[in-house]
Structures are given as C-alpha cells and as structure tokens.
Design a protein around this ligand. Structure first.
Ligand code: GLA
Length: 383
C-alpha cells in the first residue's frame, strides 16, 4: 500500500486544509493459542503482526467528528450523538473509543481524522481492535486521559461492547496496545497481568503463515459468539465457580449430566485450552518454538469438535497445511471463517501455501490469500 503515514498525511491536508497534529498506528494480531478463553478469565497468547491501522488526527474547537477512511469513505457526526446503538458501520470503531474515553472522564472534544488499514476486514485478525486502539491513542494524546494500558484496553473494549454491539473479551485490545516485536504476549485475562514471551520464529528457521479463507465471520456468525459466551457463563454457574478459568477437568467429570452434553463440551474446550496456552508459553520461554505444533493442532481440534466454531474452509486449511509440512496449524480469532495460522519451516512456506490453495480448489472453496507475518510492536504514536 506504499507508505501509509504519507498517505494519511496527504489525505488529511487535502480534505481538511491543514496538517494533522500527529500520526498513530495500531497493529492487527494473530492469536498463537488461547481461543475463546479471554471472556472466561483465562489465558491467551497473541502476537501483534506487521499489518496495521494508521491514523492522522487533529483536534477541533467544536464536538464534531469528521472521520475519513481511505478504504470506506467519509462520515461526520457529533460526539454528543455517539452512544449505544447510535452509529452504524465502520465509523463506530473510530467514534466509539472517543465516546468511551469521554465517559472515562477525559476532556475530549471533536476530531478530524483520516485512517487507512492494510488488515483484511472480518478475517479474525482483529482489524476492529486496531482501529479502536489507534483512534483511542490519538484522542488520548491530543486531549489527555489515562496512561495505563489495561485501563485503555478496557475503554476500547467498552466502545466495542456499547457502540459496536459485540460482547468481545479483552484479548484483542490488550494485544493491539501491549504487544512487542519479537514477542508473544502471555495475558492473564483475569488480572490483566501481561508477560512478554520471546517469540522469533525466523531465528528457529520457521515462519508464521496466515491463510485468510476469505469467508467473512461477520457475515457468518449470526450471534454465535454471544451464544458461546452465554454457554460458558451458564457452565460456570452450574459448577459454582466465578469463571471457567477456575474449573478443572475433574470438576467437569464430577458434574456429570448437570452440565448437559453441550455445556460439558464447551467447558472442556476452555479448560484444555488454558492448559495448552501455559504449555506453549513454557516452550517458547525455553526457546523451543518448533515444539509447539502439537498444541496448535490440539487447539484446532478442540475448537472444531467441542467448541464448534470452526468452518469447513478453516478445517481444510489446517489439514492441508499440516499434510504439506507445517509443524502445527489452527484457526485463529473468533472462528466461523476468517484466518488460520500455520507454523511452517521457512523453506516450506511456498509449498504449504500452494497445497492449501490446491485443496481449496478441489473442494470448490473461494481462493484463499496466504501471507507470512512478523511479530510486531503494539500501538504507538509514530509522528
Ligand atoms: C474475538 C474477540 C476476542 C476473543 C476471540 C476468541 O477476537 O474479540 O475477545 O474472544 O474472538 O478467542
């Protein structure tokens, strides 16, 4: 896409007739492992990637938000009009955090803002949290507000819950804000304690390959995310624990029929997945990224069979990648479409991508887009 910083600066000057006061960027992420654990107070291990949202912004004397997306067009609204259910479409991801920052007590006013993104939308790479966090940092730096990362993540999450209307966990906002290059972020979603775990696949002769199935989860999931969340809360009530984070496999077995078949499976995924996150983090700390493949595959099987959030395209991507030499692979993000990730020997990247594309063609699926990603830094002001 050329130079995104230059692109937003140029568009800002053309559209608003003045230079921006600053430029901010926030990354997309892949979640290495720990899926559908965040809203169960569990563990996640996301990695920010070298795809991002870039925002140029300047304050205004009134409370107008003039929002320009180089990909989606222009929207204009008053800050006083932003609120639950009031903003439709992409503008909610940009206006929501400004509103939520004001609700947190910051003296926020209007903004002129131009943004651009090279994150595929609705692909499970958290394009939404990238927009939220880039905009939030811009508004915070220009108008004032908290410095604490966990508090900022909660503000961005509130925007997504209340303005966008998605009851997401805290992983994506924390990943966009707190990740570091050359590391994965081990996050305890209860305490929000965040540990940087060294992760440099290239040093071990490996690459992280992302396969975008180009099945949009926003179109496909139809409320299933909220249903999964509700099923977990119900299972925790039955087990008498605050969250599934506190349950063990022995607790699930002891509960027998009280959980019901579906509740048991949902809970089994969460309990197993939390253990896999900690096991993978331990291997990465030992600088053994080549050893995490099995856990990635086990995570995928659990999401497919017990949590039931995969999709035929995601299963095909995982199977084909592993058959062609990936050490492990899994769906990443909420599921129902979007992306899979595969940990691949660097020399086998082209073969694996080709094998996945051939399998998609055989099964009559839309052609996937495959690309490698590098662990990148979290959101920050870049100019
Ligand atoms: C989405 C949500 C996250 C998390 C994942 C599933 O990305 O935004 O909070 O729940 O799904 O792990």
């Amino acid at each position: 896409m050329g130079n995104p910083q230059a692109a937003v600066r140029r568009a800002f000057a053309e559209r608003f007739g003045r230079p921006p006061e600053g430029v901010w960027a926030a990354p997309a992420r892949v979640n290495l492992i720990g899926e559908h654990t965040d809203y169960n107070d569990g563990f996640v291990l996301p990695v920010a990637i070298d795809r991002r949202v870039t925002v140029a912004a300047a304050r205004r004397a009134d409370d107008l938000l003039r929002l320009v997306s180089l990909e989606k067009g222009e929207r204009r609204l008053r800050l006083a009009e932003v609120g639950p259910g009031a903003v439709r479409g992409w503008a909610g991801y940009a206006a929501g955090p400004v509103w939520a920052l004001a609700r947190d007590g910051a003296p926020v006013g209007g903004l002129d803002l131009v943004l651009t993104s090279d994150v595929p939308i609705g692909s499970g790479l958290s394009s939404s949290a990238a927009v939220e966090c880039a905009t939030l940092l811009a508004a915070r730096d220009l108008y004032g507000g908290p410095a604490d990362v966990a508090r900022l993540a909660a503000i961005a999450q509130r925007a997504e819950h209340d303005v966008v209307g998605v009851p997401c966990g805290i992983m994506d906002q924390m990943a966009a804000l707190a990740c570091r290059a050359a590391h994965a972020l081990l996050l305890d979603c209860r305490s929000l304690e965040a540990d940087q775990v060294p992760f440099t696949p290239a040093d071990a002769g490996l690459a992280l390959l992302v396969v975008d199935t180009r099945v949009s989860h926003a179109l496909a999931d139809g409320g299933a995310y909220a249903q999964r969340r509700a099923a977990c809360e119900q299972a925790a009530r039955v087990l008498g624990v605050a969250a599934l984070r506190d349950a063990t496999q022995a607790d699930l077995d002891a509960a027998g029929d009280r959980l019901g078949e579906v509740g048991y499976r949902r809970a089994r995924h969460v309990v197993g997945e939390n253990a896999r996150v900690l096991a993978v983090a331990a291997l990465l700390r030992q600088r053994r990224p080549e050893a995490i493949g099995e856990a990635l595959c086990a995570s995928h099987a659990s999401l497919r069979d017990d949590y039931q959030v995969s999709a035929p395209e995601l299963d095909a991507a995982v199977e084909a990648a592993v058959a062609a030499g990936a050490l492990g692979a899994r769906m990443t993000g909420a599921g129902f479409g979007g992306c899979a990730l595969a940990l691949v020997p660097a020399g086998a990247v082209a073969d694996v991508a080709k094998a996945v594309a051939a399998t998609f063609a055989d099964r009559g699926f839309r052609e996937p887009a495959s690309f490698t990603v590098q662990p990148a830094d979290g959101a920050r002001r870049i100019a």
